[in-house]
Design a protein around this ligand. Structure first.
Ligand code: SAM
Ligand code: SF4
Length: 338
């Protein structure tokens, strides 16, 4: 792992590069483990034991981590959770994050329940894009997946985000027998609206029984869509992430496929994560992490820098998960940040 400074130029930047030559420029920062939904693929039936308030990092601590990561080479920060919009003071925190020198992209992932109230504030805070997790357009299916969520509130949130001028991505976790009949309907959303819809393979994080049958491989999603639409690959931008993106002929928006299970994208992985409790993780599927709490004093900048560099140094080559089995211990996504 190196943290290199390049030749001085118009855009002199430091880069974080891991032992496998991957440039790490993306931090997913979880601000809470709390959530106002209980999606069954993310949390067990009984929910999860909440972190004690004292264990959740303060906004000052989260900012210190983000600032240090940006100084080391991170260019994009995604704020996530739990549900980030349930944390009090979130928009002021986002405005401070947006002001970090060197940060190029500030984005947020949300379930959208509170978006109608907060869209304008998010826009003014400097959030550049919002990813809304939406797995069904049918109220009953949505309520079943989220264990009681109200689809109408999310749709109102999407409309408010649109009015506020916030670019939107819609993330749909595709599950066989649960919502896969809606793949085409989600793709159709891109015809008239500039949404970026992404189909994400269901990941067996909780390893519930029969998880193998629930996975709809990205290749199958594409085959199904190809029977209905003509589409072509879209160029990937520098921060495109693991999605393969397409545009249906004449559509205003795009759709993408993310295949964490059937097609490893570990060789292009550019991300690290920090949980709301201050645990830094270099791979979603590895329990190995570094507790950043001992280094969260502004006067110990070197300690925090070294901890983040060590994290990148120890980033595994790839995860051990495929359609047949997985090596990781079951975990709750809301605890880590998705
Ligand atoms: N609460 C916010 C939301 O739902 O967008 C942010 C946190 S959530 C943990 C982040 C993302 O993880 C969501 O898009 C969710 O769909 C995704 N996710 C959670 N569990 C998953 C699983 N088992 N397979 C695929 N994606 C999952
Ligand atoms: Fe909450 Fe997001 Fe997990 Fe659903 S996916 S339970 S909204 S954290």
């Amino acid at each position: 792992m190196t943290s290199q400074s390049f030749e001085p130029g118009e855009d002199q930047r430091v880069q974080l590069v891991d032992t496998f030559g991957r440039t790490i420029n993306y931090l997913r920062l979880s601000v809470t483990d709390r959530c106002n939904l209980r999606c069954h693929y993310c949390m067990p039936d009984k929910g999860v034991e909440k972190l004690a308030h004292g264990d959740i990092l303060s906004y000052e601590e989260l900012l210190l981590i983000a600032r240090t990561a940006v100084q080391l080479g991170v260019e994009k920060v995604r704020v996530t959770g739990g549900e980030p919009l349930v944390r009090r003071g979130i928009t002021s925190f986002l405005a401070r994050l947006a002001g970090l020198p060197g940060l190029r992209h500030l984005v947020l992932t949300t379930n959208g329940l509170l978006l109608a109230e907060l869209a304008d504030d998010l826009r003014h805070a400097g959030v550049q894009r919002v990813n809304v997790s939406l797995d069904s357009l049918d109220p009953a299916t949505f309520a079943a997946i989220t264990r009681g969520g109200d689809l109408a509130r999310v749709l109102a949130g999407l409309a408010a985000a649109d009015r506020a001028g916030l670019p939107l991505k819609l993330n749909m976790v595709v599950m066989r027998g649960v919502n896969d009949a809606e793949i085409e309907a989600f793709a159709r959303l891109t015809l008239e609206s500039p949404f970026a819809v992404r189909f994400i393979e269901y990941m067996p994080t909780l390893q519930g029984s029969g998880w193998q049958e629930q996975i709809v491989p990205g290749s199958e999603i594409l085959e199904r869509l190809a029977k209905r639409f003509r589409f072509a690959l879209v160029d990937r931008g520098p921060y495109a992430g693991p999605s393969q993106d397409f545009r249906i002929e004449g559509a205003k928006g795009t759709f993408g496929i993310i295949t964490p299970v059937s097609g490893h994208f570990c060789s292009d992985c550019n991300r690290i994560r920090v949980t709301a409790a201050g645990e830094a993780r270099s791979c979603l599927f590895s329990a190995a992490g570094i507790d950043l709490k001992p280094y969260l004093r502004p006067e110990d900048g070197e300690g925090l820098r070294s901890a983040l560099q060590k994290l990148v140094e120890e980033k595994p080559h790839r995860h051990g998960m495929n359609r047949c089995g997985c090596e990781h211990e079951p975990f709750v996504m809301a605890r880590i940040g998705g």
